[in-house]
Design a binder for this molecule. Structure first.
Ligand code: NAD
Length: 458
């Protein structure tokens, strides 16, 4: 690997650390979790600055979505870990009586975490919290695309956690490829679906379990029972101040009943004005991460008849990697913006006749990571939940289900496999070992041969 030991010897070293048993104690786990918490607390400004260099992400946004998230996750994990680590008693049956049965969580071993660039602190550290809480050794490979944050984490995280058991390895595709050639006990990947296929293929060689946190086009459904102004504010917040749309669960397109569309569009515009004034480029708003994504988004804006459908924004400045918050009204269904995940500041509004059409539209596409329903009608909420499939749902708001750690966060179908956060992270990085403990008090002779006719009649 670039300027460092080769991948095989890193894994070998971690294996011997894991075999020593040091990562299993609750004390060791909690020390590391405290270390992560101290890291983001003491280096809060430096981390926000690194993210700002990468993405121009406003400090407040970085604080809430990168730092505070990590701190509350470590706090919850530290508090709950002794409970999560306890064996879980389960019932038995006549066949095994007398006996006791329990599920004992045990660490998997040596885990690989491959992180993305859009929330480069939180999405690196959150899975690491899971891996450590479950008593594993881990290699974290941050995304080379968010290069300043990656370099900062690689330099400083090892000073806060046990560097023998947790390694940060920087690099792009070639480093990731070398890492993926090794045998891991778990691979946790966050990113796009194409690379996910490479990860899965590499893992298959070693039968390594994989969690894939992917993306997709997260729809919003709006019916005519709602207060449109309140809805517009919540959609606008979930889209633009969330890293200017570069978030895996940002609203991608809005299926809105025809009668609410004019008011929805005008309210979204008003919210944008209230958030960013007349010229968002001069306000605090994330930039597109790099030239490649800028080109992709500009292509999406210009191709397939989309440009004619822009009703707000549309300005671009390549030197500044800036694309204005943009609203596109009813682009053709076969245009790139309706076919691919947007992952940027463009929001589509598509008028629909009613909820049945919205459900049919969502179901004709790959299962999304998130789905949002705005309706005051409980029957409509229930119908959408029951008749569509998505990683998660927020009713009458956007994005916020990600903040409830009791809820598993992950995708389904093309939006991913496996889910984490809070106790779900602990379980994801553990093997839940089944243990049956039999007593010698009774030994039913019927199970032992010879299987006489008398026995068969019983
Ligand atoms: P990215 O380009 O940063 O890639 C993610 C990681 O994959 C990086 O660490 C990168 O080095 C690695 N990688 C790239 N090519 C590779 C290869 N050939 N082999 C092995 N590893 C490789 O991120 P991205 O893919 O642009 O991320 C955007 C996607 O991620 C979107 O689809 C988004 O929805 C999704 N996402 C999902 C979540 C989630 O929690 N579900 C969070 C953030 C982003």
């Amino acid at each position: 690997m670039e300027n460092g030991p080769d991948a095989a010897s890193v894994v070998e070293q971690l294996r011997s650390v894991f075999a020593s048993g040091k990562t299993r104690s609750v004390k060791w786990r909690i020390e590391q979790l405290k270390g992560i918490s101290r890291f983001v607390t003491e280096k809060e400004n430096e981390l926000c600055e690194a993210v700002h260099k990468d993405l121009h992400k406003p400090f407040f946004e970085s604080y809430t979505a990168e730092i505070a998230t990590t701190k509350s996750s470590t706090a919850e994990t530290i508090k709950s870990l002794p409970k999560w680590m306890k064996p879980e008693k389960v019932g038995t049956n006549l066949l095994v009586h007398p006996a006791s049965a329990e599920i004992l969580p045990e660490p998997l071993g040596v885990c690989l975490i491959i992180a993305p660039w859009n929330y480069p602190v939180w999405l690196s550290l959150e899975p690491l919290i899971g891996a450590i809480s479950a008593g594993n050794c881990a290699v974290l490979k941050p995304s080379e695309v968010a290069q300043h944050t990656s370099a900062y984490i690689a330099e400083w995280l090892p000073k806060y956690v046990d560097p023998e058991a947790v390694k940060v390895i920087e690099g792009g595709v070639s480093v990731a490829t070398q890492l993926l050639a090794q045998k891991w006990d778990k691979i946790f990947y966050t990113g796009g679906g194409n690379v996910a296929r490479i990860i899965l293929a590499a893992a298959a060689k070693h039968l390594t379990p994989v969690t894939l946190e992917l993306g997709g086009k997260s729809p919003v459904i709006v019916d005519s029972t709602v207060d449109v102004e309140a809805v517009a504010k919540r959609i606008a917040w979930g889209k633009w101040p969330s890293n200017n749309g570069q978030a895996c669960i940002a609203p991608d397109y809005v299926l809105a009943e025809e009668s609410v569309v004019p008011k929805l569009v005008s309210s979204l515009k008003e919210n944008l004005k209230a958030f960013y004034g007349g010229n968002p480029q001069k306000a605090e708003i994330s930039r597109v991460i790099n030239q490649a994504h800028f080109g992709r988004l500009v292509g999406m804006l210009q191709d397939g008849g989309t440009l004619d459908k822009v009703v707000h924004g549309g300005e671009t400045d390549e030197d500044d990697l800036y694309i204005a918050p943009t609203i596109v009204l009813d682009p053709p269904d076969d245009s790139p913006i309706m076919q691919e995940e947007i992952f940027g500041p463009l929001l589509v509004i598509k008028p629909i006749k009613g909820v049945a059409e919205a459900i049919q539209f969502v179901n004709s596409r790959p299962k999304p990571l998130a789905l949002y329903i705005f309706s005051q009608n409980k029957a409509v909420q229930d119908r959408v939940i029951q008749e569509t499939s998505s990683g998660g749902v927020t009713i009458n708001d956007t994005v916020l289900h990600v903040a409830v750690t009791g809820l598993p966060f992950g995708g389904v179908g093309e939006s991913g496999m496996g889910a984490y956060h809070g106790p779900h992270s602990f379980n994801l990085f553990s093997h839940r070992k089944a243990i049956l403990n039999r007593s010698y008090k009774i030994d039913n002779a019927i199970r032992y041969p010879p299987y006489t006719t008398k026995k068969q009649k019983l």
